[in-house]
Design a protein around this ligand. Structure first.
Ligand SMILES: CSC[C@@H](O)[C@@H](O)C(=O)COP(=O)(O)O
Ligand SMILES: [Zn+2]
Length: 219
């Protein structure tokens, strides 16, 4: 599908979804210091051809302007003439779309996701078991256990992006970058938001549980 085949309505829907989620996450303080980026895919998906709207790089994501987003292709290149630069981390979005065919990807930096990614960084995954919010990932077994991958936070984004396909577990819709933040995705913006919120709940729970255990081991 060419970008020119995507309708105005499809583009506007994606931009509206991004706007709503950006406003909500900003109200939660999830974009400190211009960090974070968001994207929503538009049109059909083929592994070698897809398009998505992504936040422009370096913007204050708690402020809303007509220059907050642009459309890029599967290689992260702008689809239209623009002076905006796509998020510096667009290549990571490209790899997640390519591997999963998902419809939206949200990335935030929080204290909880940073601390947990650093705590478990060496072992390369965050273990989580028996937490009710695991069901938000559509995993319904009792006492389910998951591993959330943690990748190194290289300065060069292409070096991180190339690790994504190998690290990604399709049943766990998220990847942490060590001491950096989480990428969560879903079939659409609604699902990506649910997944991101579940991950953040799990990180806060795990962090507080570790503190509690250190103070007095849980029985
Ligand atoms: C200013 S700290 C955050 C950045 O280094 C980056 O990790 C980030 O999430 C935002 O980059 P951006 O290019 O605006 O999408
Ligand atoms: Zn980031």
């Amino acid at each position: 599908m060419n970008f020119s085949d995507i309708t105005l309505e499809q583009k506007q829907t994606a931009l509206q979804e991004l706007h709503q989620v950006k406003e909500l996450f900003a109200s939660r303080g999830w974009f400190p210091g211009t960090s974070g980026n968001l994207s929503v895919r538009v049109g059909d998906f083929q592994e070698d051809e897809f398009h998505f709207a992504v936040t422009a790089s370096g913007k204050d994501k708690s402020v809303h302007t007509p220059e907050d987003y642009l459309f890029v292709d599967q290689n992260g290149k702008p689809c239209e003439a623009t002076r905006l630069k796509p998020s510096a981390e667009t290549l990571i979005h490209c790899e997640i779309y390519r591997k999963t065919g998902c419809g939206a990807i949200f990335h935030v930096h929080t204290i909880d996701n940073n601390l947990i990614s650093e705590y478990y960084g060496k072992q390369g995954f965050v273990p989580a078991q028996g937490i009710e919010l695991i069901k938000a990932f559509n995993i319904w077994e009792e006492d389910a256990s998951i591993s959330i991958p943690v990748l190194p936070n290289y300065a060069e984004i292409p070096r991180i992006a190339e690790l994504v396909p190998g690290a990604l577990d399709v049943s766990v819709p998220g990847i942490l970058l060590r001491n950096h933040g989480i990428y969560a995705w879903g079939r659409n913006a609604f699902e990506a938001k649910r997944h991101l919120e579940a991950f953040e709940f799990i990180f806060e729970y795990t962090y507080k549980r570790l503190l509690l255990e250190a103070a007095r081991p849980l029985k």
